[in-house]
Write a protein that binds this ligand. Structure first.
Ligand SMILES: *Cc1c(COP(=O)(O)O)cnc(C)c1O
Length: 399
């Protein structure tokens, strides 16, 4: 696809910039993916096949985890990890008020109670002081979330967990490639999850997820829970379902076709991450002095060197909803992550939280918008999106 035809000088409407597409990069990687899919079709094993185990090994090697357990989504990885960690009814898990629904719903679905705390307004991660204040005698676990381009303050949060004797489960669904002092996201506490939802940094062609851990017992239990409680020593191996078990499991196996797709895409992941960083830098350069843009992605300095990954390019703006409508009118897709803070979601009304309790989370919900960011994007697309934002801000928006 030619990236230099979007000027509109010919009078044709400029090419739309979707919020996400992988049309070009998928075509490039199709031969590698096709070979894998053909293998699956040839041996006829669409479930319990060999691709999942191979992907688990490749993923463990890529992240440095001792174990990677493939499951059918990041959400299920969270639920099964919490269950494997022994969460009991009445147990509390401290989660940030600003995140994807699964961060909190997984706690409730695993039988515990989510307890919300406010975020750091710059990096959008769970704030250690707020998390500390939310701990009660019933708290078992802290669940930091690594949103958009950087990890939550794992130094501060680990100290809070140690002080209160809590386990740490990282919602690292967005964080493949992010590292803290060289350690991959998900491996700083008991374990962490990854999501391979199609728009994520490493996306499948459907739903898939994984649990990362260095703890053999946790890996084994999550592996058993994903397949009706069947124990088996080898990850990626799905023991038959007719043996007795003490675990009430579910069917949350990773699909072999998705594992094949992910195996085909994994070799290009590092290059994709570099491309995302270059595009993010291009956005930042063009948006730096635009009026009405209240905050650009800001990497927070920590006591230890960290490696960001631009999964999402998220900005804070004045009149967010009007800007979203303006961009949509001109064919530019955006996404609002997340319009409603978790403590104000109707499904958690019974927990009794009120508006005003977590001002940083609430402000982020009102002001933030994610711009298109994916390896297929051209810098001319970035130019176009930034021009539209500038015109909107300076009141020169074409009506
Ligand atoms: C995507 C995501 C999830 C859930 O992953 P799925 O694979 O879609 O179930 C959980 N938490 C966060 C922060 C996410 O971004």
């Amino acid at each position: 696809m030619d990236h230099h035809t979007a000027t509109g000088r010919t009078g044709a409407p400029p090419r739309p910039v979707p919020f996400f597409t992988h049309a070009r990069s998928f075509e490039e990687r199709w031969p590698a993916i096709r070979d894998r899919l053909t293998e699956v079709a040839d041996d006829g094993k669409f479930s319990h096949g060999s691709q999942v185990g191979r992907f688990e090994q490749a993923l463990a090697a890529w992240t440095g985890a001792r174990f990677a357990v493939g499951v059918n989504s990041g959400t299920d990885a969270l639920v099964l990890a919490l269950r494997a960690m022994g969460l009991r009814p009445g147990d509390e898990v401290v989660v940030p008020a600003f995140s994807f629904m699964a961060t909190a719903s997984s706690v409730a679905l695993a039988g515990g109670t989510p307890v919300f705390a406010d975020i750091d307004p710059v990096g959008y991660g769970l704030d250690p002081a707020a998390a500390d204040a939310a701990v009660t005698a019933r708290t078992r676990t802290l669940m930091p979330v690594h949103l958009f381009c950087q990890m939550a303050d794992m130094g501060g949060l680990t100290r809070v967990a140690e002080r209160h004797g809590l386990t740490v489960l990282e919602d690292s669904a967005e964080a493949i490639g992010m590292r803290w002092g060289g350690v991959h996201a998900g491996l700083l506490g008991a374990g962490g999850v990854l999501s391979f939802f199609p728009t994520k940094t490493l996306g499948a062609l459907g739903d898939a997820g994984a649990f990362l851990t260095d703890d053999p017992q946790l890996a084994e239990t999550v592996a058993a829970l994903r397949h009706h409680g069947r124990h088996g020593r080898t990850l990626g191996h799905f023991p038959g379902i007719n043996r007795p078990t003490d675990l009430l499991g579910v069917n949350s196996k990773m699909d072999d076709l998705q594992a094949a797709v992910l195996l085909g895409k994994l070799p290009a992941l590092a290059e994709d991450i570099r491309r995302r960083a270059a595009l993010a830098a291009a956005y930042t350069e063009r948006l730096r002095d635009v009026p009405g843009v209240l905050r650009l992605p800001t990497l927070v300095a920590h006591e230890i060197p960290t490696e960001p990954v631009f999964y999402v390019y998220l900005i804070e703006v004045e009149r967010r909803d009007a800007l979203v409508a303006h961009l949509a009118e001109h064919g530019v897709g955006t996404e609002t992550y997340y319009p409603v803070p978790l403590h104000l979601q109707p499904c958690f009304a019974h927990l009794g939280y009120r508006r005003g309790q977590f001002p940083h989370a609430e402000r982020a919900c009102e002001r933030t918008v994610a711009l298109p960011l994916y390896p297929d994007l051209g810098t001319d697309d970035v130019d176009r999106v930034c021009d539209l934002i500038r015109r909107f801000a300076t009141g020169r928006a074409a009506r």
